[in-house]
Design a protein around this ligand. Structure first.
Ligand code: FAD
Length: 361
């Protein structure tokens, strides 16, 4: 008999978990969420992401394993599935010696290394020659990465799930066990709940994980083309600010970032921060405006998203709450896309273990 599963959450974590589950026999899946692809809301991180593959996970950790296991599926989408809105793009990591010891440089430690674990995973990892570096840059690496147009990719995930029989519905749960109430799953009883509520796991009854906090990311989306992705080891504007640029696939515009403001829930863009973001981006990537100033940036929109950062990293665990089996997959911080397939597969493995369901061949 098929097992009835409710996945709470339609961000990249919930959708990827539902997709991998739906490729197996033995599960009847409902995705229930307050926000769905197409929505833009401060409680919904996924649409705001760049999103690219730029691992900051440390060698030997679960996080590095999840990132590693995600490269293959993303590479496959970029190579073989243009409808997913994922494309290859070179990613340059610029390193300033003066940032050593700063919070950003600590967070980026592995990324800034000349020999990170992912050098053997992504194609074409290499150091840039000194003469290719801009003023103030002491070293740089470059590799082939992917950039995901989230406005295409999230609906694509939904459509893949729908094709595999997944049911989608809007619902707001005060308590995780509300997902087992009658009327949520068409088959009646619910055998297992998958918790992919991101930052809001901090408020969801039965979970209330207060170790999940927002890391506020402000962005500017412009029509200008950067031609590549760039990221800097730090800024001269404090540890809560960041500098990165990436051009999304299929006309998705270029994302200029950003910030990493921990504990800050503010949903409205800060205009002063927006100016700093644009100035830093144009300085790091003069190709954006042919060497001209920020008045030559053609702004599509300003945005703010909250990364669901969890002390101790993403929670992928099995738990029994009020007698109901729950598998958690939340708290991916700034890595929800680049770890999506690895995390979802780890969650699916836990679900399979509950009933020893064999993969459909
Ligand atoms: P969310 O997308 O927040 O989804 C949560 C879901 O749960 C929503 O559907 C919500 O409605 C639902 N939900 C929550 N509570 C309830 C409830 N009580 N009842 C019903 N439904 C509920 N990651 C990368 O890998 N690469 C990047 O380049 C990148 N760049 C980023 C840039 C910015 C500016 C930001 C903000 C994030 C970035 N990230 C990036 C991080 C990435 O966006 C997140 O890690 C990821 O989106 C988290 O996805 P999620 O599915 O866990 O949560």
């Amino acid at each position: 008999m098929a097992k009835n599963i409710v996945v709470i959450g339609a961000g990249v974590a919930g959708l990827t978990t539902a997709l991998l589950l739906s490729r197996k026999s033995g599960y009847k899946i409902v995705v229930a969420a307050k926000h769905m692809p197409g929505d833009y809301d401060i409680e919904y991180a996924s649409p705001w992401a760049g999103a690219n593959y730029m691992p900051v996970s440390i060698t030997g950790t679960d996080a590095a394993e999840w990132d590693k296991n995600t490269w293959g599926p993303l590479e496959d989408l970029a190579r073989n599935n243009p409808g997913a809105g994922v494309h290859f793009q070179d990613c340059e990591i610029h390193n300033r010696t003066k940032d050593v010891g700063s919070a950003t440089a600590e967070w980026f430690k592995e990324l800034l290394s000349s020999n990170p674990w992912f050098a053997k995973v992504v194609p074409n990892f290499r150091a840039l020659p000194k003469e290719a570096l801009g003023p103030g840059i002491d070293s740089a690496t470059v590799f082939t990465s992917v950039c995901i147009n989230t406005a295409i990719y999230l609906p694509w995930l939904v459509s893949q799930c729908l094709s595999n029989g997944v049911i989608f519905k809007r619902a707001i749960f005060d308590h995780i066990l509300d997902a087992t109430a009658s009327g949520i799953h068409p088959n009646g009883n619910v055998d297992l709940v998958v918790n992919c509520t991101g930052l809001m796991a901090s408020k969801l009854g039965g979970v209330q994980d207060t170790t999940v906090v927002p890391a506020r990311g402000q962005i500017v989306i412009v029509r200008n083309d950067a031609g590549k992705m760039l990221d800097m080891s730090g800024t001269d504007d404090g540890d809560e600010e960041a500098c990165y640029v990436m051009t999304r696939a299929a006309g998705g515009g270029t994302i200029l970032g950003g910030s990493y403001q921990k504990g800050n829930w503010e949903s409205q863009p800060d205009p002063n921060l927006a100016i700093r973001i644009m100035k830093r981006a144009v300085k790091m990537c003069p190709a954006l405006t042919d060497g001209k100033g920020i008045e030559h940036l053609d702004i599509i929109r300003h945005g703010v998203g909250l990364r669901p950062v969890r002390e101790g990293g993403t929670r992928i665990e099995k738990e029994r709450i009020g007698g109901v089996l729950v598998v958690h997959n939340y708290g991916a911080g700034g890595a929800g896309y680049q770890s999506s397939y690895g995390c979802a597969q780890a969650a699916v493995d836990l679900i399979d273990q509950a009933w020893n369901v064999q993969a459909k061949l």
